[in-house]
Design a protein around this ligand. Structure first.
Ligand SMILES: Nc1ncnc2c1ncn2[C@@H]1O[C@H](COP(=O)(O)OP(=O)(O)O)[C@@H](O)[C@H]1O
Ligand SMILES: [Mg+2]
Length: 246
């Protein structure tokens, strides 16, 4: 569904991505892991057209998108939940959701999507007239995700949704992501919370200094000493089955 080959992205003269290749198949939940400054956000921005790669190609459903505008890319079915949520704090929950549905022309369809969102996140329905800036961090993240879902994207890009949340809310967000994945949404997730991300992902890429240095399934990655050492902490990882039981 999504395929990056040899992508090199610059900020001015500084190269942030050094030939990144990765793939997301339809229905998959793929995660990109890596330390601060590794280039994770830059990968998502390159996919959604906020920055253009100087080298390499980005294909979505077989079509080159690497020189398209962000608006065209959204219209193709790629929604981006940005780092730091970026909701509109002075607007209500409802108004924020409307902003997410900006490409929807039919009023009926817009109402339908709103209802679907409220069914999925009843808490947002309860708070629909509340200013978004007054929501808790976890609720704001839910809103940011819901806003991106208003267009029913084929592919959802999520940039560190768990950042700054308490451990309880982090688990909540991960449950939400897992639920979305199970409902059929294809997801490319950027995370520093490697342990949890790998629990729910089908496949992971580990990024370091703008390069993918290792990739694999959860089972493959936890066997890698380097990944364990740097990202998981020896012996600290929890078995996939255990985390979600109960
Ligand atoms: N707007 C920008 N201008 C210049 N350099 C940037 C900009 N955004 C990111 N960078 C640099 O690009 C590299 C990758 O950043 P980023 O993709 O944000 O990493 P991550 O999301 O993994 O923390 C870092 O060295 C960062 O300093
Ligand atoms: Mg980032």
């Amino acid at each position: 569904m999504l395929k990056l080959v040899g992508v090199e992205t610059f900020y001015g003269k500084v190269k942030a991505l050094h030939g990144v290749s990765l793939e997301v198949q339809k229905g998959q939940l793929v995660c990109i892991l890596g330390a601060n400054g590794a280039g994770k956000t830059t990968i998502l921005k390159t996919i959604s057209g906020l920055v253009s790669p100087e080298m390499g190609t980005v294909r979505f459903e077989g079509r080159r998108i690497d020189q398209m505008d962000p608006e065209e890319i959204v219209a193709l079915g790629i929604s981006h939940v940005p780092e730091g949520r970026r909701i509109f704090p002075e607007l209500t929950v409802y108004e924020n959701l409307l902003m997410g549905g900006f490409l929807i022309e039919s009023g009926d369809l817009l109402r339908e999507r709103l209802e679907a969102t409220y069914d999925h996140f009843p808490l947002l329905k309860k708070r629909r007239h509340q200013l978004a800036g007054t929501l808790s961090g976890g609720e704001q993240q839910m809103l940011a995700i819901s806003r991106a879902l208003m267009l029913k994207p084929k592919l959802l890009l999520m940039d560190e949704p768990s950042l700054g949340l308490s451990p309880l809310l982090v688990r909540n967000i991960f449950r939400t992501i897992r639920r979305l994945h199970e409902s059929g949404v294809t997801i490319l997730l950027v995370e520093q919370n490697v342990n949890l991300a790998l629990q729910i992902a089908d496949y992971g890429y580990v990024l370091s200094n703008g390069k993918i240095f290792i990739s694999g399934t959860y089972e493959e990655l936890i066997e890698e000493e380097k990944v364990r050492e740097y990202y998981l902490g020896e012996g600290k990882y929890i078995r996939r089955s255990r985390l979600w039981s109960g």
